[in-house]
Design a protein around this ligand. Structure first.
Ligand code: GDP
Ligand code: MG
Length: 441
């Protein structure tokens, strides 16, 4: 795939900004990558459309190709979608005994994940955990959970033959309350396909158990079907999150994006093997890299941007050190200040300048003034900006009028420019300026 990308990108011209053709060419390859990772067709299409709108017109970092730049944008958007609004990754177990309902297709890894989560809650959070199997379909399923419970050192509900899933759920809740458990896991019966009868059973269990979490366990190798499974379970039972298993295998995990995009429900954990500690919290960055399969390109673009910014900072710092700080420099500084949340934001970022923010504000150095100053600089000619010493009275009048402001404000700007140039010169001689410029980019 990387080779194919390379050849497409080589044909693209190195331009300053991403043209629609650049973006289209790169996104065709990205689309293939997503489908190869088993992202559902509809989700891949919508995702590509959203990225296209975002990418077109964006600046291209020096020393990367437009195609590479698009891949980076795609990657960032993928991380953004997968991560969502930063849902807490801790399970809600605040109301003991909190029930956690495990649902999903047969063989997806529900029973294994139940035991893994139990171990995690016990070892990491010091919780007292009870496991209950509601799988009345396969006789061996209950024993399987009991054995795993023993392995990870938590209790399991004694097995009583002939009970229904709802009866077991009730007994589990009672037992959890009486026994002073923090958490009770309800491991439901699997189904090969979405099946009305079993779905009704899960609904009934849910109504009895009032779970704090309902986790849908999905095999990470699941392809196009992931959307159906997630939609169906979320619609009928209501899920609070997804666990993606078998991510230790070859699958690229496109199911994560599909399910996230369609249900909006967060991926909470990732299963990475059959062992009881092979479970990790979901990390959008890692899974995004895997789905896209273009990690080397993403890293390359990041490196190029860092290098570029470092070079620019270096160049600016050098100029300032020589006392070369003209109105163009001042304007870009003022722009940056506004972008970074105005005076307060900026001063907060510079080391040791927190206290200065308040003084500056009191001296009338606020965001409104920043905007006025930018307007004044904008109405200067190129020559005037490069050399503010040119500004005689008549020029001053013209500039102030052009910005709709008074000459006295322009004079203030000029005075401040002098002070700033002086300060930049001093700072430029120390290492501090470079640091500050880098932070601002
Ligand atoms: P259930 O039918 O949903 O309860 O599925 P099980 O928990 O019984 O798991 C089915 C099989 O998948 C078992 O052999 C597990 O060991 C295996 N399994 C579960 N999770 C993972 C995982 O993250 N990685 C791998 N490689 N195997 C897993
Ligand atoms: Mg099971």
């Amino acid at each position: 795939l990387s080779e194919r990308l390379g050849s497409v990108f080589d044909r693209l011209t190195k331009a300053g900004a991403l043209s629609e053709a650049d973006v289209d060419a790169a996104l065709r390859e990205v689309r293939t990558a997503l489908l190869e990772a088993d992202v559902s067709l509809a989700v891949a299409r919508d995702f590509i459309k959203a990225v296209k709108a975002k990418a077109t017109g964006q600046a291209v970092t020096k020393s990367v190709t437009p195609g590479q730049q698009v891949v980076k944008i795609v990657h960032d958007e993928l991380v953004h979608v997968l991560a969502g609004e930063g849902e807490p990754d801790a399970l809600k177990i605040d109301n003991p005994p909190s029930a956690i309902l495990m649902v999903g297709l047969q063989g997806s890894g529900k029973t294994t994940t139940t035991a893994k989560l139990a171990k995690r809650l016990k070892d990491k959070n010091g919780k007292k955990v009870l496991l209950a199997s509601l799988d009345t379909n396969r006789p061996a399923a209950m024993e399987q959970l009991a054995i795993l419970a023993g392995q990870v050192g938590v209790d399991s509900l004694p097995i009583v033959k002939g009970e229904t899933a709802v009866q077991i759920a009730k007994r589990a809740k009672t037992q959890a309350t009486l026994g002073g458990y923090d958490v009770v896991f309800l491991d439901t019966a699997g189904r090969l396909h979405i099946d009305e009868v079993l779905m009704d059973e899960v609904q009934a269990v849910r109504d009895i158990a009032q779970p704090r979490e309902t986790l849908l366990v999905v095999d990470g190798l699941t392809g196009q079907d992931a959307v159906n499974v997630a939609t169906e379970f979320d619609g009928k039972v209501g899920i609070s999150g997804v666990v993606l298993t078998r991510m230790d295998g070859d699958g690229r995990g496109g199911a994560a994006l599909s399910m996230r995009a369609v249900t909006g429900k967060p991926i909470r954990f990732v299963g990475l093997g059959e062992k009881m500690d092979a479970l990790e919290t979901f990390e959008a960055e890692r899974v995004a890299g895997r789905i896209l399969g273009m990690g080397d390109i993403v890293a390359l673009v990041e490196k190029a941007r860092e290098t570029f910014e470092a070079e620019q900072a270096e160049r600016m710092a050098k100029r300032f050190a020589k006392g070369l700080f003209n109105m163009n420099d001042m304007r870009s500084q003022l722009d940056q200040m506004l972008k970074m949340g105005g005076m307060q934001g900026l001063m907060g970022m510079l080391p040791g300048m927190g206290g200065m923010a308040k003084k500056a504000e009191e001296a009338g150095f606020n965001d409104k003034m920043l905007k006025h100053q930018i307007a004044l600089i904008n109405s200067m000619t190129k020559k005037e900006r490069a050399n503010p010493d040119l500004l005689a009275a008549s020029r001053k009048k013209r500039i102030a009028a052009g910005a709709g402001l008074e000459v006295s404000e322009l004079n203030k700007l000029l005075k401040q420019h002098k002070q700033m140039a002086e300060m930049m010169k001093k700072m430029g001689k120390g290492g501090m300026m470079k640091q500050a410029i880098k932070q601002m980019m």
